[in-house]
Ligand binder design. Structure first.
Ligand code: PEP
Ligand code: MG
Length: 804
C-alpha cells in the first residue's frame, strides 16, 4: 500500500506549461479521431485509449447515462476488462461513477476503495486501481455520461489534469449523443441528420475550445511550475524559497596585489583559527542533537587545518607572492583534484570535505560572518545538496520544507528531516525553476514541489494542511489512551525507530514500546563500522531515552538497498537474494560480536530485547546464538554488567522462516513478522520496482495465510509475536490482523494514532469473524471486497482517507 511515506519515484514531470501544450495536442488528436470517425464505438475505444496513454493513466473508461432508467452503462474502456463494455451497468446511486452524475461535478478519490461511495463490480477487475477521477459529460444541462480515469498508485490528480479531462469531456458529449441516437433510432434518416449535426457541433465546440486555450496559453506567461521528486519526509510545507548558495566563492574574490607576505600569512592563520572554532561549535551542537550521526567529518576537517603539509603549501604560495585567498585556492584545487581522481568512492567523498573546508577558510579570510540562518518568516530550503551542517545551522522554527536535487530517501539529510518532521522532497532536478523568494509548496506526501502556485492550488494546500493538522490534533487526544477494542481486548502499539530523534515522535504519538530499532541507520551515516564504545553510547542513550519502555534492538540489517561505502559490497545481480543482513553478520563475526557486546552492555540499563533479521534457517539462528553466548561470556569475564536473560527473537521475513516457525518457536523468546520483506519474497515482487508495484499486496491470500500461521504457531508455543512491517500501519489490514490474534504491532510512530483509533472503534468478535472468512477466500479481489464491506458496516472507513 502506498501512503504518506511513499514516494513518486520516476513520476512524470508535469509542469503546468507542458501540461497545457500536451492538452491542446490531445484535444486536437481527439478532434481528428472524431473527424475520421466511421464506427462510433471503435472511435470511443480509440479515444479512451488515447486519453489513457497521453495522461499516463492505467484506466480510462466512458459511461453513457440513460436518463429514463437512471443507469450508467460502460461504453468503452482502456484498462478494465474489455468484456465489461455494455455489460457493466449501475444505478446513479451506486458507486463513485454514479456519484459523479449525482453531484454533477468532478469526483476525485485518492483511495477509491476506501471511499464510502465505492462499489465493487467484480467483472471489471478494477479493485487494483486505487485513485479515481470522474468528470461528468453534459450537453447543455442534460447529463450524458461520465469519463473516468484510474491509477493503481494512490495519487492526487492535479488541477490541470481535472481541467484537461473536463475539456476532453466536451467533444465526447457529442459522441455520446450520437451513440444514444444510433442505438435507439438507427434507421431513421431524420435523427441521423440530427446526430450528425450534433457531432459537427461537438467538433465546432472542440475547435472553439482549442482556440481559446491556445490564446490563453499565449497571453499568459507560465510562471507556476510543479516539480516532482521523491517524498522523503511527510507533511505539507508552505513558505518562501531560500536558496542555499555559498556565501563566498573563489571566483568572486577581487584581484589584488598583496603588500606584505607576512601580513598575508597572519591573515591566513587567523582565518584558520576562526574556522577551527566554528567547526568545534558545530560538532558539539550536532553531537548533542543527533548522537548517532557521524561527527568524525568535523574531526577530519579540523585535522586538515592543523596539518603541517597543508599549512606549509599555502605558506609557500604566499611567499612566492600570492595573496592568501589565491594561495588557498591553489592548494585546495590541487587537493580536490587528487582526491577526485581516486577510484575509491570513500576517497572521492573526501574531495567534498576539502572543498567545504576551503570555503570556510575563505569566508573567514574575507571577514564574512557565517550566515545567520534564522528567518523572520516561513522558509523552504532549496539546495542541490545539503550537508548535515547545513541543516544543523538552520533554526527549525521557520523551516517549513526542504527541496534537494541529490540525496535519496534514506540519505542523512532525509533521515534528519524526517526526525525533525520537516516535509522534504529529494531528487528534484529542475531547481533552476526556483528563485529566491518564490512561493513554494512542498508536498512531502506526494513528492511534489509547486513553484509560485496559482491561488487555487495554494488554497487547496492551505486547506489540506489545516485538515491534516486538525486530524492529527484529534488523534493526539488519544495519546494517553490504550489501544483497546470496544470489548476490552488490549493491543500493544510499538514504534519503529532508526534515530534517537524518532523516540521523541514515538512518545508524542503514544507508543507503548520500541518494537523495532533499526541499528543500521547509524552505520549508514558513519564512515566505518562503529566501534564498541560508540555503539554502547548510542544504545544506552536509546534505552535511557525510552525511559522504561521495552526496546527491541535489531542487529545489523545491511546489504540489499542499505550499504555503506566502507562495506565494499560486491556487485550482485540480485542484492535482495544476496549477501545481506544476518548473512553479513555471520560472516563478519568480529563486527557482529562487537555489536552484540554493545547491545548486551546497554541491556544493563533497561528493558532490552535482541532480534536477528532475515533468519532463513535453524543453522543461522544457532550460529547467531553461539556468538551471543560468546559475547556474554567475554563480558562476564571482563566484568561488564548486562542482562543475562535478555530475550532473543527473530524476524520472520523469509518464507522458510514461516515454514519452520514451529521449529524456531522452540529456540527463541519471541518473533516479529517483517512483512516488508516477507511479501516480496512470498510473492516474488520487488517492491521498489514500479512496474510490478501493483502486485505487491499485503492482502494477498498467501500473505494472510503466512501471517496467520506464524501467529498461530507462536501463540501455540506460548511466545510473543509482533508484526513490524508496513502492513502494521495499514488501516485496511488492522481488522484482519487483530482478528487473526495479533496483539502487538510496531510501525512508524506517525501511524500509531490512526491505528489506535481504529482498534478502539471495533470489537474482537467481528474482527475474528472477518479474519476466519478472509482466510478462506482465494483472491485479493474477494479479500478486499469483504474487508471493505466489513469496514463500511462498522463505519470506520473514514480512517483511511486522510492518510492516502
Ligand atoms: C520488514 O522487512 O518488514 C522489516 C520491518 O524490516 P526492514 O523494512 O528494515 O527490511
Ligand atoms: Mg526486512
Amino acid at each position: 500500500m502506498e501512503r504518506v511515506f511513499t514516494n513518486e519515484a520516476g513520476a512524470r514531470q508535469q509542469g503546468a506549461g507542458r501540461g497545457r501544450g500536451r492538452g491542446l495536442l490531445l484535444l486536437e488528436d481527439i478532434g481528428t479521431l472524431i473527424g475520421q470517425s466511421g464506427d462510433i464505438r471503435s472511435t470511443l475505444g480509440r479515444i479512451v485509449t488515447l486519453v489513457a496513454d497521453r495522461l499516463d493513466m492505467e484506466v480510462c473508461s466512458l459511461y453513457r447515462f440513460e436518463a429514463h432508467t437512471r443507469r450508467l452503462i460502460m461504453v468503452a474502456t482502456r484498462g478494465l476488462e474489455p468484456s465489461s463494455v455494455n455489460a457493466v451497468t449501475m444505478g446513479v446511486d451506486e458507486g463513485l461513477t454514479g456519484f459523479v452524475i449525482e453531484k454533477g461535478e468532478p469526483v476525485m478519490a485518492i483511495d477509491a476503495l476506501a471511499h464510502p461511495r465505492y462499489k465493487y463490480f467484480p467483472e471489471t477487475g478494477e479493485e487494483k486501481y486505487h485513485s479515481f477521477l470522474g468528470v461528468p459529460i453534459f450537453d447543455r444541462r442534460e447529463a450524458l455520461g461520465v469519463l473516468v480515469v484510474q491509477t493503481s498508485r494512490r495519487r492526487r490528480f492535479t488541477r490541470d489534469e481535472v481541467r484537461l479531462l473536463k475539456a476532453v469531456a466536451v467533444p465526447l458529449g457529442g459522441l455520446l449523443v450520437q451513440l444514444r441516437l444510433m442505438e435507439s433510432l438507427e434507421s431513421k434518416e431524420e435523427e441521423r441528420r440530427g446526430y450528425q449535426k450534433r457531432m459537427l457541433e461537438a467538433i465546432r465546440r472542440l475547435k472553439t475550445y482549442e482556440r481559446s486555450q491556445a490564446s490563453a496559453h499565449k497571453a499568459k506567461p507560465v510562471t507556476a511550475v510543479r516539480l516532482t521528486g521523491w517524498a522523503a519526509a511527510p507533511g505539507f510545507g508552505i513558505g518562501r524559497a531560500h536558496l542555499l548558495v555559498p556565501e563566498v566563492s573563489f571566483a568572486s574574490v577581487p584581484e589584488r596585489r598583496p603588500t606584505s607576505a607576512k601580513k598575508e600569512q597572519t591573515r591566513f592563520r587567523t582565518a584558520v583559527d576562526r574556522s577551527v572554532e566554528e567547526i568545534e561549535r558545530l560538532k558539539t551542537r550536532m553531537q548533542a542533537s543527533f548522537p548517532e550521526i557521524d561527527v568524525s567529518v568535523f574531526d577530519a576537517q579540523r585535522l586538515m587545518l592543523s596539518d603541517e603539509s597543508f599549512l606549509s603549501r599555502v605558506a609557500e604560495q604566499v611567499s612566492s607572492g600570492a595573496g592568501a585567498e589565491v594561495a588557498l585556492e591553489r592548494v585546495i584545487n590541487a587537493m580536490v583534484e587528487d582526491f577526485a581522481g581516486l577510484a575509491d568512492a570513500y576517497m572521492q567523498e573526501r574531495a567534498y570535505d576539502v572543498k567545504d573546508i576551503g570555503q570556510r577558510v575563505l569566508r573567514n579570510l574575507l571577514g564574512v560572518v557565517e550566515r545567520d540562518r534564522s528567518f523572520a518568516s516561513a522558509v523552504v530550503l532549496v539546495a542541490p545538496e545539503l550537508s548535515l551542517s547545513d541543516i544543523m545551522l538552520i533554526e527549525p522554527e521557520q523551516l517549513r520544507g526542504i527541496v534537494m536535487t541529490t540525496g535519496g530517501v534514506t540519505s542523512h539529510a532525509s533521515i534528519l528531516a524526517k526526525s525533525l518532521e520537516i516535509p522534504t522532497v529529494v531528487g528534484v532536478d529542475r531547481l533552476e525553476e526556483i528563485r529566491e523568494g518564490d512561493h513554494l509548496i512542498v508536498d512531502g506526501n506526494a513528492g511534489s514541489v509547486y513553484v509560485n502556485p496559482s491561488p487555487e492550488v495554494r488554497r487547496e494546500y492551505e486547506r489540506l494542511k489545516d485538515e491534516y493538522r486538525a486530524f492529527n490534533r484529534e488523534l493526539d487526544s488519544l495519546r494517553e489512551l490504550p489501544a483497546v477494542t470496544r470489548d476490552g481486548c488490549r493491543v500493544e502499539l510499538g514504534a519503529n525507530i532508526g534515530l534517537l530523534g524518532d523516540l521523541t515522535l514515538a512518545r508524542r504519538h503514544g507508543a507503548d514500546r520500541v518494537g523495532l530499532y533499526r541499528t543500521e541507520i547509524a552505520f549508514l551515516s558513519h564512515r566505518d563500522f562503529l566501534n564498541e564504545s560508540e555503539q554502547v553510547v548510542l544504545y544506552e542513550r536509546v534505552v535511557q531515552t525510552a525511559n522504561g519502555l521495552p526496546v527491541t534492538i535489531r542487529t545489523l540489517d545491511l546489504g540489499a538497498d542499505k550499504y555503506p561505502t566502507y562495506l565494499h559490497m560486491p556487485h550482485e545481480a540480485n542484492p535482495f537474494l544476496g549477501w545481506r543482513s544476518i548473512r553479513i553478520s555471520l560472516e563478519l563475526t568480529e563486527v557482529f560480536k562487537v555489536q552484540l557486546r554493545a547491545i548486551l552492555r546497554a541491556s544493563a540499563l533497561g528493558n532490552v530485547r535482541i532480534m536477528f533479521p532475515m533468519i532463513s534457517s535453524l543453522e543461522e539462528l544457532r550460529r547467531g546464538k553461539d556468538l551471543l553466548a560468546e559475547a556474554k561470556e567475554e563480558l562476564r569475564r571482563e566484568g561488564y554488567a548486562f542482562d543475562p536473560s535478555v530475550p532473543l527473537g527473530i524476524m520472520v521475513e523469509v518464507p522458510s522462516a514461516v515454514q519452520l516457525a514451529d521449529q524456531f518457536a522452540k529456540e527463541v523468546d519471541f518473533m516479529s513478522i517483517g512483512t516488508n520483506d516477507l511479501i516480496q519474497y512470498l510473492l516474488a515482487v520487488d517492491r521498489n520496482n514500479r512496474k510490478v508495484a501493483s502486485l505487491y499486496e499485503p492482502l494477498h491470500p498467501a500473505v494472510l495465510r503466512a501471517v496467520a500461521s506464524t501467529i498461530r504457531i507462536a501463540d501455540g508455543a506460548g511466545i510473543p509475536v509482533s508484526l513490524c512491517g508496513e502492513m502494521a500501519a495499514d488501516p485496511v489490514c488492522t481488522l484482519v490482523l487483530i482478528g487473526m490474534g495479533l496483539r502487538d504491532f510496531s510501525m512508524s510512530p506517525f501511524f500509531i494514532p490512526v491505528i489506535k483509533r481504529l482498534i478502539r472503534s471495533v470489537d474482537i468478535a467481528s474482527a475474528q469473524r472477518l479474519a476466519s472468512e478472509v482466510l478462506n477466500l482465494a483472491t485479493v479481489k474477494e479479500v478486499k471486497g469483504r474487508v471493505f464491506e466489513q469496514m463500511r458496516s462498522l463505519d470506520v472507513i473514514d480512517l483511511m482517507e486522510t492518510y492516502h
